[in-house]
Design a protein around this ligand. Structure first.
Ligand code: NAP
Ligand code: ZN
Length: 380
């Protein structure tokens, strides 16, 4: 499909995972939770899910993780949220219906859906299977415009319909599925840069922030064979970091302790969700070392001191989630290494309390919603 065709495809609603209004005569048929205004609470909300097109599958959602990007979105931190907003992009579910042309999956199979459910397929990034960098912008699982009045609605819902090529096979065992949900965003967002920048034996990797992304980064980097140093602003998390697989853990506000790592690290993966001083971590890099930013704070970071870049030829880079191919690779790697997120499984009725706790950095280390609680919820 060419770029132009892709846009037309979107406009005629081919990707429509549903909306507040009826599409093609289908009335709202799916329970969901939505934020109706910025900073408002999430409330029960009915949306429309279309029957799958020939290239699509319908998924009954079993679990959905709560990412800090969901929080940024419902707070409209990035000033780009389309309301009503049904968040959720860390989805694990069971295939409930197959489009007529889908032969890659079977009904009943367990699959995952992350942040991406469409891309143009024709630009250089798509041709290199890097859909997250699609020149047209990838179609997000939630909060992507479809036409003048509709946008995609995410995983805080009973079911979702997506093109089969954006669904991922999940090989984790039944009892690991809730913990596997956060792999679909948090997992791939850290796995992709760790792989690209060569985390592995002989490399010293710093991970900054022990949250949803950070705790998975510790698990992945240590499974890849790197020497892992975790930097946290929360003293109480340091012992957790060691239990999760970090070789060392350092309180980032302790200047003396931080000084010990000056010029010692090959790479730093920075997952912090708030703006802060990037020089703190640039100083820790060896010559040609890179600090990769994956956190996406509402307020910009102050510009780092140029001498921290010039001396030792250090770099700062960014990285956006990961491609579908990399995500499948990450799922195989995590199944083989028994990697899942450490989670608190919650009911949908506790979703607002969970967002409040995420906002005050009180989660170890990911909230995941048991979507059965939405099916059983009769508050709407
Ligand atoms: P999270 O679970 O809330 O973790 C963020 C961590 O940042 C916290 O656990 C905390 O770690 C640290 N932190 C928070 N506020 C801080 C402050 N004021 N000063 C210093 N440290 C602070 O969030 P998450 O779900 O892992 O997401 C992290 C960020 O990545 C968010 O901005 C999210 O939007 C972004 N994200 C980006 C991508 C991408 O494609 N690049 C994908 C997903 C998410 P300590 O307590 O250990 O210091
Ligand atoms: Zn996310």
């Amino acid at each position: 499909m060419g770029c132009q065709e892709f846009l037309t495809h979107i406009k005629r609603g081919a990707f429509l995972p549903g909306g507040p209004l009826a599409y093609h005569g289908v009335m709202p048929n799916t329970k969901a939770y939505a934020a109706l205004t910025a900073k408002g609470p999430l409330v029960p909300y009915r949306i429309t899910r279309q029957p799958p097109d020939p290239d699509e599958i319908e998924i009954e959602i079993l679990y959905c993780g709560i990412c800090h990007s969901d929080l940024h979105s419902i707070q409209d931190d990035w000033e780009s949220t389309l309301f009503p907003c049904v968040p959720g992009h860390e989805i694990i579910g069971r295939i409930s219906r197959l489009g007529a042309g889908v032969d890659r999956f079977r009904e009943g199979e367990i699959v995952g859906v992350g942040c991406i459910i469409g891309s143009c397929g024709a630009c250089p990034s798509c041709e290199e299977a890097l859909e997250q960098y699609c020149d047209q912008g990838f179609l997000g699982t939630f909060n992507s415009p479809l036409n003048e009045t509709a946008h995609t609605l995410g995983g805080f819902s009973e079911r979702i319909v997506v093109p089969a090529k954006y669904a991922l096979l999940v090989h984790h065992s039944r009892d690991q599925l809730a913990g596997a949900a956060p792999l679909l965003c948090a997992g791939i967002t850290v796995y992709s840069p760790l792989r690209l920048w060569g985390a592995g034996p002989g490399k010293k990797v710093g991970i900054v922030g022990l949250g949803g992304l950070g705790h998975l980064a510790v698990k992945f980097a240590s499974a890849m064979g790197a020497h892992v140093v975790l930097f946290s602003s929360s003293e109480a998390k340091l012992s957790d970091a060691l239990n999760l697989g970090a070789h060392e853990a350092c309180l980032s506000t302790d200047k003396k302790a931080m000084f010990r790592y000056s010029g010692a690290l090959d790479m730093v993966l920075n997952t912090v969700s708030a703006s802060h001083n990037l020089d703190t971590y640039l100083r820790l890099l060896k010559r040609d070392g890179t600090q990769i930013l994956v956190g996406a704070p509402a307020e910009p970071h102050a510009s780092p001191k140029v001498f921290n870049l010039l001396f030792r030829r250090r770099r700062i880079a960014g990285s956006l989630i990961g491609s579908i191919r990399e995500t499948q690779d990450m799922l195989e790697f995590s199944a083989a290494h028994q990697i899942t997120a450490d989670i608190e499984l919650i009911s949908i009725s506790d979703v607002n309390a969970a967002f409040e706790r995420l906002d005050r950095n009180d989660v170890r280390y990911r909230f995941v919603i048991d979507m059965e609680s939405l099916r059983q919820n009769d508050s709407d």
